[in-house]
Write a protein that binds this ligand. Sequence first.
Ligand code: UD1
Ligand code: UDP
Length: 378
Amino acid sequence: MRQIRVVSVIGTRPEAIKMAPLLIELKKHPEIESYLVLTGQHKEMLDQVLESFKIEVDINLHIMKSNQSLTSITADSLTGLEPILQEIKPQIVLVHGDTTTTLAASLAAYYQQVHVGHVEAGLRTGEKYSPYPEEMNRRITGAIADWHFAPTNKAKQHLLKENITEASIIVTGNTAIDALQMTVRPDYTHPLLEKIGNDRFLILTTHRRENVGEGMRGIFKAALELLQTFPDLHIVYPVHKNPKIRAIMEEMVFAHPRLHLTEPLDTIDFHNIAFHSSLILTDSGGIQEEAPSLGVPVLVLREQTERPEGVDAGVLKLVGTDTRLIVESAVQLLTDPIEYEKMTKGINPYGDGKASKRIIDHIINVFKVVQKEEEFAK
Ligand code: UD1
Ligand code: UDP
């Protein structure tokens, strides 16, 4: 078999975390010549992940600017990717999820008439602006992609409803679970965990564009109220690098001995610290997939989720950004052991840790057929 030339394009922290197991696996296959291209939509938060998973980068476009706009991410990625794809001439470009890097890389591949494989395909809320711009990024990527690696059956159903051919949809599980299997360790320790000791702690993360502003103010008020309600509760809050978020945080959040503000945590630290937490409050997508595997309940700080499987399994609860609702839901979980137990005992609906293998097996099988057809046609 001739080697299959694969270019993976990523730009942000979550893409790097969930593509890491796949990128590592791609390198193990002699049938594959694998290149990793970064748009560099994120910088420090992306570098952290690449370092944790020891992933080598072939090309980095370094596009990140402070307070960047969606237009600049898209335009700079498209312009930067064109000559790279023309030079490497891949048979397939792999993209992940729903960031603006995902959209731009799919479009760049389409312009070069290169096949696109979409990892984590088919997630939908059905609401054009929720999350914004991710819902449209993934819909457009879905329209361009040739192979759709759907994490769940629900995701597959969304794609079928959009008239995507069934043969091009492969249900694989989410590679987030593959990544967790590489990071969580029973003997893990961290100075933060030692400082908190035997007290309980919850983790807070927030970064969604639609929450920047009033939503985040509601979330921060709730966090501070919870600290006042429970004298034994700590909050660990790794603050996203977005300057707009930091400005709101600085305006709202005061110093408190049980509030631990940190820079974004390294993935291995985040996964292990999350494993030891009692509760997670987040508007993140990826954390909604990871927490059920860690047995930690999640209050989702969003009006809609494209990950309803966890809500159905009883391990995620949608609470939005209203201070009252967040506080009431957290108080109930932290005071009612039966309710709490229910949210920790759900089945993880997002995967079994073998998604990367399924994706690569499919790519190899498809290209075996393509190459046979090409030889036959000669
Ligand atoms: C992006 C994705 C979002 C994903 C999130 C993961 C888009 C439109 N949004 O949102 O889907 O959930 O990443 O975190 O693709 N910054 C730094 N250093 C970094 C990263 C960001 O300084 O390492 C700052 C920069 O000022 C940058 C800003 O954060 O301009 C916002 O980054 P951006 O990628 O535009 O948006 P996110 O909210 O991170
Ligand atoms: N994460 C991390 N460090 C942190 C916070 C989160 O490594 O301080 C990881 C988390 O485990 C998950 C991913 O980042 O895998 C989620 O990224 P984010 O919330 O930025 O984006 P989303 O998933 O919403 O697109």
